[in-house]
Design a protein around this ligand. Structure first.
Ligand code: GLN
Length: 208
């Protein structure tokens, strides 16, 4: 007699994931994470950051998000969370925020840092030059990722502590990882791709 197998729990079951909700495409990330069964909380205050198992830094405008993290008193708590190993996934502007070094920043723009990479802002031109491409990401399996680039940065240098996860056909690095930090120059969340979010949830579960 065979016993019916219990259905696998959702990848995000029991995990509370924050999305930095000062500016940018918060809603798309929330939809993706909820679809994976995670509890999603917008993060605008240090107290909210302290209660999450993982965090998304969304796309948007990195210089604006930088300013807002400072005026919301979140810069130091975010830096402490990064140093403390909180699993974080940054897309586009979020990748810029995680980079240790940034080219073509506006005057006074700072990053949070944590990823040993150099990124160049707006490396693919303007908003109307946005594009979607099918991108191989071997770490996520054989199926390529539908990657949407919207005024995206590129990674111009990968330091020894970081690992490139994906490059365009011309060799430009567009996804990187370092310990608990994951970052993509593109937006998978707008095309229904959820494997980067699953990877964040795996890291969050290891830590929870
Ligand atoms: N160009 C933006 C910046 O520099 C990033 C764009 C995006 O997040 N889609 O912050």
């Amino acid at each position: 007699m065979s016993t019916p197998e219990a259905p696998d729990p959702a990848p995000g079951a029991g995990l509370r994931i924050g999305i930095l909700a000062l500016q940018g495409d918060v809603r798309e990330h929330a939809r993706t994470l909820r679809g994976l069964g995670a509890e999603v909380v917008p993060v605008r205050r240090a107290a909210e950051l302290a209660e999450v198992h993982g965090l998304v830094l969304p796309g948007g405008e990195s210089s604006v998000i930088d300013k807002l993290t400072r005026s919301f008193g979140l810069r130091d708590p975010l830096r402490a969370a990064i140093a403390g190993g909180l699993p974080i996934y940054g897309t586009c502007a979020g990748m810029i925020l995680l980079a240790d070094r940034v080219e073509d920043a506006i005057a006074g723009q700072q990053t949070l840092g944590g990823l040993d990479v150099t990124v160049r802002r707006n490396a693919f031109g303007r908003q109307n030059e946005s594009f979607e491409t099918s991108l191989p990401v071997p770490a996520l399996g054989p199926e390529p990722v539908a990657a949407t680039f919207i005024r995206a940065p590129e990674v111009t240098a990968v330091g020894t502590a970081a690992t490139a996860l994906a490059s365009l056909a011309d060799g430009r690095v567009v996804a990187v990882e370092q310990g608990s930090l994951l970052a993509t120059a593109f937006h998978p969340e707008v095309s229904g791709e959820d494997r980067f979010h699953r990877r964040l949830l795996e890291r969050a579960r290891e830590r929870a």
